[in-house]
Design a protein around this ligand. Sequence first.
Ligand SMILES: *Cc1c(COP(=O)(O)O)cnc(C)c1O
Length: 372
Amino acid sequence: MTERPLYVTQPQLPPLDEFLPMLEEIWHSRQLTNGGPFHERFEQALCEYLGVPHVCLFTNATIALVTALQALRIGGEVITTPYSFVATSHALLWNGIKPVFVDVDRVTMNLDPAGIEAAITPQTTAILPVHCYGQPCDVAEIERIADTYNLRVIYDAAHAFGVRTPAGSILNHGDLSVLSFHATKVFNTFEGGAIICRDAKTKQRIDQLKNFGFVDEVTVVAPGINGKMSEFNAALGLLQLRHIDRALEVREQVAQRYRAALAGVAGLQCLPAGPSQGRNNAYFPIRVLPRYPLSRDGLYERLQESGIFARRYFYPLISSFPMYRGLPSAAAGHLPLAEQAAREVLCLPMHAELDPGDQQRVIDVLRDPLTR
Ligand SMILES: *Cc1c(COP(=O)(O)O)cnc(C)c1O
């Protein structure tokens, strides 16, 4: 018997019948993009849901990252993490900025503040950290460093939708934060993204940059890009918001079942759970340690034989791709903890449609990988 495949993520979709009236509204209005009514409503709704002052919607997070760097006129060198999706660093190259890689924290796999401070040069203009797997960076220490050295901070918050600390949304830290609404993320609009900013003037500049640099019909003030979100995606986002809390609850249940089931398995290590309020369980990463009966890659293949498609996020490191590996900061010896994480971490299936029976299949393999 072949069992149905289980993927690391499954796109969250709302009931189709709830979307149809919205589509009819778009069809009737004939306004398909360029800041239409759904775009406006979705921005407002996100501000309220996330608890942030301003949201600028985008066609995807990569264009949003590129635009965020332009909005703050960042150049020179930017300190960032090698342990992320490649779009984080690509946004720097698209702006002619030199990435400077710094090693990650052993536990959270987020940028290590001590390493940031050591990497600052007269050319450094900004820090681009990632809230990896939705786990908050050490925002207080990063803020202290940024203030001390007069640096800007742009958080790649692609994994951090809805993440809160006791002080409020994690997205309120730094100068800007960038969200991704890609199909594989916790909250999706098929494709989409957003920049979170603190003041109306910055929002205005970002909104101009995502619309070719237009200020009005006849005035163009910057070589902007087309980063606009369409009405289709904005309407879908508005609808997804109705269901996101339930999806986050289910993810929490999935995470708790994994934690309970894997607690006694020698050689497998979960990440610390973090505060119970405000985590989003965007991913479920585990470390496969040397005392486990299989290597990380061995386990990855063993799971595949059972139709379970775990993912090695993030392997290979960004710093090992051809366009980065020549940088002095990309040397493996400079990034030992990121290298170790890339060798040891496996992300297990984690999404709101993973039912307990399917999850048990994953757990059974993890507990007893040599039997089948
Ligand atoms: C998914 C992701 C991106 C890119 O998001 P898109 O919306 O697909 O462009 C950027 N950074 C990180 C960390 C991501 O996981």
